[in-house]
Design a protein around this ligand. Structure first.
Ligand code: SF4
Length: 450
């Protein structure tokens, strides 16, 4: 099977990566909770969940919204947000009221810019350098108070990493990362600063506000190519943003050194290996605290699965790997193994060796008019035919070349075409295409061993 993959030569040194970004000529049309997107299966709402953290009450409200207004399912995104599909275009007001009552819309003006991913196991497994929840709440609150931040695009991403390097590798525009002691790294595109730990959220906000200013200036300039939505699109690069943060924050300093594996977007940044998310199973932390990690098959949770996740009455953490962490389940009176079995019984992925680990797909047909195939059904059939393995490459199925939601980093890229699927191994940001109709299982196994 290995011979079925015919890898193309990598691109010449210095050539732009296929995902290199340019400023946009149009406004950002990213969907939100208040700005519904019209899809083939009805209206779609994207609810931002900073850090993926939901209280029990918020989780119940989202399940209620999906059931009453949508198709009953909850769809997890690659940023740990939730999409509700199959809404009526006139449901916006009722949805907003429902989310508002649950505290999921702290600022209507900022609802699309609260894009923050955070290390999902922070404070639970004893692995990170800090518990990032303080940073998460502080940055979210600062964003919601900033007039300038309203102008960020709905795609601009913050990452808050507890030092383990998981979410820092997800291609955020601005990443905070614990460095140990009283210090934190702040990555602004390809620029790196160090700041005092307590100033890290403020540094991220200052950098974001400087980005808004630079983006507006670039758009208004004579040689304007449009407005930058992401850091990598800023014509002048992020250097001036880093200088601005140093000017305004006494504890900030430029750093020639960068933390390994940060992978934020910038002119020279290459994705490298995909960041691993929490493996499914029971997670035992300091003091014997036990948390659970499960994955939603292809990111979709049925109403029954959501009910099973929320019935223990505690917090939920949605991960950028389309998983769910249930912190400290035993504290809610549920033995961890028993709870895990109950989640497995409703079809959630609980086995780290499952072929469904690392597998994703866009919505495809019939939800998206652009799709050339029912990618979810095809992906499920392919995954069901794979045996259990260990540590395969992530795989992502897309209904067209846009490849919405595809992972950053090395992965197997499966794209529908009019004549079938094209299977490509993406490594270091460059595709290596196979002409052979190799199966996805062969592609994943081949790259792991090869
Ligand atoms: S990748 Fe294409 S088919 Fe899939 S959701 Fe995006 S636009 Fe639709």
């Amino acid at each position: 099977m290995v011979g079925m993959l015919a890898a193309m030569p990598t691109a010449p040194a210095g050539s732009p990566r296929p995902d290199a970004m340019r400023p946009r000529q149009r406004d950002d049309a990213c969907p939100g909770a208040l700005r519904l997107h019209s899809a083939d299966d009805g209206a779609l709402a994207r609810v931002r969940i900073p850090g993926g953290v939901l209280t029990a009450r918020q989780a119940l409200a989202l399940g209620d919204a999906a059931r009453r207004l949508g198709d009953g399912d909850l769809h997890l995104t690659s940023r740990g947000n939730v999409q509700l599909r199959g809404l009526d275009s006139g449901d916006g007001l009722e949805l907003a009221e429902l989310l508002d009552a649950a505290g999921l819309l702290p600022s209507r003006a900022h609802e699309r810019v609260r894009n923050i991913v955070a290390s999902p196991l922070s404070g639970l497994d004893g692995q990170g350098l800090v518990d990032v929840r303080l940073w998460l709440h502080a940055l979210d609150a600062m964003l919601c108070e900033s007039e300038a931040a309203i102008a960020l695009s709905g795609r601009f991403l913050f990452a808050i990493d507890d030092g383990r390097g998981d979410v820092a590798a997800l291609g955020a525009d601005i990443a905070l990362r614990a460095a140990g002691g009283e210090c934190a790294w702040v990555s602004i595109g390809s620029e790196t600063l160090t700041v005092a730990t307590e100033d890290a959220p403020r540094a991220a906000l200052l950098a974001a506000e400087a980005f808004v200013t630079a983006s507006a200036a670039g758009e208004a300039g004579e040689a304007s190519q449009g407005r930058a939505w992401r850091m990598g699109e800023l014509p002048g690069g992020p250097e001036e943003l880093a200088r601005e943060v140093v000017r305004r924050l006494p504890t900030a300093a430029r750093s020639a050194e960068a933390p390994r594996g940060t992978g934020v977007l910038g002119p020279a940044a290459a994705p490298g290996p995909a960041a691993p998310g929490p493996a499914p199973g029971v997670i035992t932390g300091p003091g014997g605290r036990r948390s659970l990690s499960v994955l939603a098959p292809l990111g979709k949770l049925t109403g029954e699965q959501w009910d099973a996740l929320t019935q223990h009455g505690g917090e939920l953490r949605l991960t950028p790997w389309r998983g769910i962490v249930l912190p400290d389940v035993a504290a809610h009176g549920v033995p961890a193994l028993e709870a895990l079995e109950a989640l497995e019984a409703v079809g959630l992925v609980t086995d780290p060796a499952s072929p469904w680990v690392g597998a994703g797909a866009c919505v495809g047909r019939p939800g998206c008019a652009k799709s050339l195939a029912d990618v979810r059904t095809d992906a499920a059939a392919a995954l069901d035919s794979e045996g259990a393995g260990t540590n395969p490459l992530p795989v992502y199925w897309s209904g067209c070349e846009r490849r919405c939601g595809r992972p950053r980093g090395d992965h197997v890229d499966v794209v529908a075409r009019t004549d079938g699927y094209r299977v490509t191994v993406v490594r270091d940001g460059y595709p290596r295409t196979t002409d052979a109709a190799a199966s996805v299982a062969a592609a994943r196994t081949t790259n792991v061993n090869g």
